[in-house]
Design a protein around this ligand. Structure first.
Ligand code: SAH
Ligand code: SF4
Ligand code: F3S
Length: 518
């Protein structure tokens, strides 16, 4: 069969399949299905704020319903991902589910039969981007009414977003929330046959579903969720409402996943949670913390282990001791501080002071002398004074952060800070951000310069984005390195001599004799 015949055959299969689903579901069944099983479930932010006592159930029995197992044959899906690593990883899970239904991935919107927008609600500009994209997709839907367009991720958990889509964006077929990902096959079926927009958003967290398929994006580095949700309720932040309460995965499931990744040849894992240091605090039957988990993962034969994100409040001495062992536990810690002012930190409900943060940094630096620290900072929190902002600037220098993600505060509906009056003009906030970024760039450039003439270990990921003759990878401290070397080293850890430092990356060369095979 040549390429064209294969495509034709796939098309025929897809049509047969679609007919088969329609027939097996029969008019009567479809009517029954929609009239008995499907009622729209919209989000409720008040419910999402509540923390329930019920125990989380661990489920190991996910499977694709029989009538959807081949629904995707000859069909293509596309997922656009916004937001944090958590969303990136959710996209890998959804891609895995699509593939188990026979769908293949595409990057081309014109080829796609299903388009999902996996959205982020953290700041207003993140949401504006998504609404822009929703608008852009409308002509496609008019051209191809069979196209299914869905919105999922954190924005779906917001009442105002769902209302706005229901009222103004009727070309959207499907909205589902962060707790409904495992329901994807059912939801697609409903979107295929239903006439109304399908909305299924559970406001309170669901169970932990362990055996969801994953189509990981690469073969070198992998994300591993260790926990879901957040109970910290920082006053500016929407995440506790979009992701539910803190729920930790069982240690044996995490360890098994990491072992499996090693067996598949992965070289690096990043353990994920909104606040990984709270890992295990929700276990009733087990006294096992993040430090214990890191200690167990330390013993696994995977060259590199990272984690994100760490909340300073739960960063305990046991974890510091475990990290100080080094080995595969890399000496780069992302430790969001948010502000250098104790007064602002209090208003943010971060539950630590400037002094407590500095004390923690001192302890970490003592135990891990070569540590690299990076952070997140918000400027222009409601009523932040010039003096309070200056405290952020001095903290930035005092800690010596090598990089920082910096943001202007964005009010999020349903959060306590959004109800506060704010007397800081927008241009003052912009000016503060500008000054902070100048300092961040300066500190980053200085930290990079130290590498000139030195040799670093780089996990080679592939060709550089700008130049296919150049390879790119990251150091243990997560610095991007572009260098000349043989393509055969992709996926390996090699030594690279740094020839030139830029603000955000390093240039270097690799001698073949320096290949380190791991
Ligand atoms: N759980 C992580 C943060 C996840 S959100 C932690 O606590 O470290 C990533 C970053 O977005 C936060 O660290 C914060 O700096 C920023 N952020 C969160 N809410 C914001 C808001 N309303 N406006 C501006 N920045 C915000
Ligand atoms: Fe948001 Fe705070 Fe939770 Fe981080 S710890 S996700 S900033 S509430
Ligand atoms: Fe955004 Fe949700 Fe992550 S709000 S930052 S995608 S947890």
């Amino acid at each position: 069969m040549n390429e064209q015949e294969r495509k034709q055959q796939a098309q025929i299969n897809a049509e047969d399949n679609f007919e088969r689903i329609k027939q097996t579901s029969s008019e009567e069944m479809i009517t029954k299905y929609f009239h008995t099983n499907y009622t729209p479930q919209t989000p409720d932010i008040k419910k999402a704020r509540k923390r329930r006592k019920e125990e989380v159930q661990f489920k190991y029995d996910f499977s694709i319903p029989e009538d959807m197992q081949t629904a995707g044959e000859g069909r293509k899906f596309l997922i656009r991902t916004y937001g944090c690593q958590m969303n990136e990883h959710d996209t890998e899970v959804m891609a895995g589910i699509f593939m188990e239904m026979g769908y293949t991935a595409t990057e081309d919107v014109n080829e796609a039969d299903i388009i999902l927008l996996n959205t982020c609600a953290i700041r207003e500009n993140a949401e504006n981007k998504v609404f822009g994209e929703i608008g852009h997709l409308k002509p496609l839907k008019l051209e191809n009414p069979d196209l299914i367009i869905g919105v999922c991720g954190c924005m779906s958990q917001e009442e105002s977003v769902v209302d706005r889509i229901l009222k103004k964006h009727q070309h959207i077929d499907l909205i589902f929330g962060t707790h409904n990902i495992h329901r994807l096959p059912h939801l697609i079926k409903e979107a295929m046959f239903g006439k109304e927009m399908v909305v299924e958003v559970w406001s309170t967290e669901g169970d932990i579903i362990e055996n969801l398929p994953k189509a990981r994006k690469g073969k070198i580095k992998a994300w591993v969720n260790i926990m879901y949700g957040c109970d910290k309720f920082c006053t500016y932040c929407i995440v506790p409402m979009t992701r539910g309460k803190e729920r930790s995965r069982r240690p044996e499931d995490i360890i098994q996943e990491v072992r499996h990744l090693v067996a598949q040849g992965y070289k690096e894992v990043t353990l994920l949670g909104q606040n990984v240091n709270a890992y295990g605090k929700d276990f009733d039957d087990l006294d096992y913390t993040f430090g214990d988990l890191m200690n167990d993962i330390h013993k696994i034969d995977i060259p590199r282990v990272r984690f994100t994100t760490s909340h300073p409040r739960d960063f305990d001495d046991h974890l510091i001791d475990v990290l100080a062992q080094g080995g595969n536990l890399l000496d780069h810690i992302h430790l969001p501080v948010q502000s250098g002012s104790s007064e602002i930190l209090k208003k943010m409900n971060r539950k630590y002071t400037r002094e407590a943060y500095l004390e923690l940094v001192r302890k970490i630096k003592k135990a891990i002398p070569n540590v690299t620290l990076t952070t997140d900072i918000i400027v222009g929190f409601p009523n932040e004074t010039d003096e309070q902002f200056e405290e952020t600037m001095t903290l930035m220098e005092e800690v010596g952060f090598e990089a920082a993600y910096t943001f202007i505060y964005s009010p999020r509906e349903g959060t306590p800070a959004a109800r506060k009056k704010d007397d800081v003009p927008e241009d003052v906030k912009k000016q503060r951000l500008y000054r902070l970024n100048e300092l961040v760039n300066k500190q980053s450039a200085e930290s990079m310069r130290k590498y000139e003439g030195k040799t670093v270990k780089v996990l080679v990921e592939g060709e550089s984005k700008k130049n296919p003759d150049i390879l790119a990878g990251y150091t243990e401290k997560n610095k991007l390195v572009n260098f000349k070397g043989p393509r055969s080293t992709i996926g390996q850890i090699v030594e690279v001599e740094i020839t030139e430092a830029k603000t955000w990356s390093l240039d270097g060369i690799m001698a073949e004799s320096k290949i380190e095979v791991k």
